[in-house]
Design a protein around this ligand. Structure first.
Ligand code: SAH
Length: 382
């Protein structure tokens, strides 16, 4: 805790003066009864306390929250400009808001909570989190029943501002995207991939592009805007692919997008790679969902990703580029880059590694468990 780790697990609490309720402030004392930290108490989670502040005693009041919010927004100033109205304002523990993320999409912000401990504080904090915008509530699945029963709070509740319009749009690096903040994954869009998408735009010129696990076509639209000859988006969800087609339509005024042939393919990527006729591509984006939900699945996830990369490489043309990403928190970046380099070696083809990337500045990760996103770029010369 003194070193900045933000979690106290249930089994490490030696003594407690009373049972404690969801969302109460828990003050933590060391063996000599000296103040150590203060955090949010969650009697139903193995992460019993999420630290808000460690060090000297600190009052948690409205001015504390205001300061903390302003600090986080200041950290974003370096990444955000007028061409980008979709970004993460608060990234949980790493911004001092444990178990809470806040994403902004144009005039709408979405707060997503991963612990019930925030529920009793939402009405107090909503105006601060909303600013001048609308504020929508999302919750991790495991707390939704509790939220409904105890706090009358449901997925998609509007905490501040007017009801949502049928479709919501935002800008990312000058490109337009629609987002479903109530039913979409995470808060509706994978804002964490923004920097990699921008990179793909610069690599796509004249290439036949394949976007595996495309979701609503984020990488696909960037590739088209960057001058790709064609883009094929593959996802298992027809709903996501319908979003990808709409996102293409939204950017029709971009010359690259207007010229690009876009096809959406509804399929299980693993089967499609095995069965599809031997289509080949010059740039492939591989961004599967997390393959390891628990630590015990780590080794299997590494093996499964290596196989997936092998099957993907079979589709990559000479002088093709592979952008391979992993969002499994249980597979470290060192492990992931190693497995990807091993798979590249195993292909027997000559290749160069172009670069590796991690978290963007609006998705800071200040401790090991918060680091999940990594991406590696290869060019296969033959
Ligand atoms: N690259 C995307 C995010 C990918 S999220 C972006 O930048 O926005 C993972 C996606 O994989 C989801 O859309 C999900 O529907 C899809 N998916 C999960 N399992 C799949 C499978 N076996 N085959 C195809 N798509 C799958």
């Amino acid at each position: 805790m003194r070193g900045g780790h933000p979690w106290v697990f249930a089994q490490s609490v030696r003594e407690q003066n009373r049972p404690g309720q969801t969302g109460e402030l828990a003050v933590i004392f060391d063996r000599k009864d000296k103040f150590l930290a203060v955090g949010l108490f969650d009697p139903d989670s193995p992460i019993r306390v999420r630290i808000l502040h460690a060090g000297k005693p600190q009052t948690i009041d409205s001015s504390f929250w205001e300061r903390r919010f302003a600090e986080a927004l200041r950290r974003r100033e370096v990444v955000i400009d007028s061409r980008t109205t979709g970004y993460r304002c608060l990234n949980g523990e790493s911004d001092g808001w444990p178990g809470l993320v806040l994403d902004r999409y144009g005039d709408t912000r979405v707060v997503k909570i991963y612990t019930a401990a925030w529920l009793p504080r939402l009405s107090e904090l909503a105006p601060l989190l909303a600013g001048e915008d609308r504020l929508v509530l999302r919750m991790s699945r495991n707390i939704q029943d509790f939220a409904r029963e105890e706090f009358n709070a449901s997925e998609g509740d509007i905490l501040c501002g007017e009801p949502l319009a049928p479709s919501l749009e935002f800008l990312e690096n000058g490109l337009r995207f629609e987002v479903d903040v109530v039913r979409g994954q995470k808060t509706g869009f994978f804002l964490d991939q923004r920097e990699n998408r921008r990179e793909v735009r610069t690599l796509a010129e004249g290439r036949q592009v394949l976007n595996l696990f495309s979701y609503t076509g984020g990488f696909s639209v960037y590739a088209a805007a960057g001058g790709a000859g064609s883009v094929d988006s593959v996802d298992i969800s027809e709903h996501a692919l319908a979003g990808a087609r709409r996102n293409f339509a939204l950017n029709a005024e971009q010359p690259g997008v207007a010229r690009c042939r876009h096809e959406t393919i509804q399929a299980d990527v693993f089967n499609w790679l095995r069965e599809a006729p031997s289509l080949r591509f010059d740039l492939i984006v591989l961004d599967p969902p997390s393959m390891a939900r628990k630590e015990s699945e780590r080794a299997d996830a590494i093996g499964a990703y290596a196989k997936l990369m092998e099957a993907t490489l079979a589709r990559l043309n000479k002088d093709g580029i592979l952008v391979a990403s992993s969002c499994s928190a249980h597979v470290s970046s060192t492990e992931f880059f190693q497995l990807a380099r091993d798979a590249a070696q195993k292909s027997g083809r000559r290749f160069v590694e172009l670069k590796t990337t991690g978290h963007a500045a609006d998705h800071p990760a200040t401790f090991a468990e918060a680091e999940y996103l990594k991406c590696i770029y290869f060019r296969f010369l033959e």
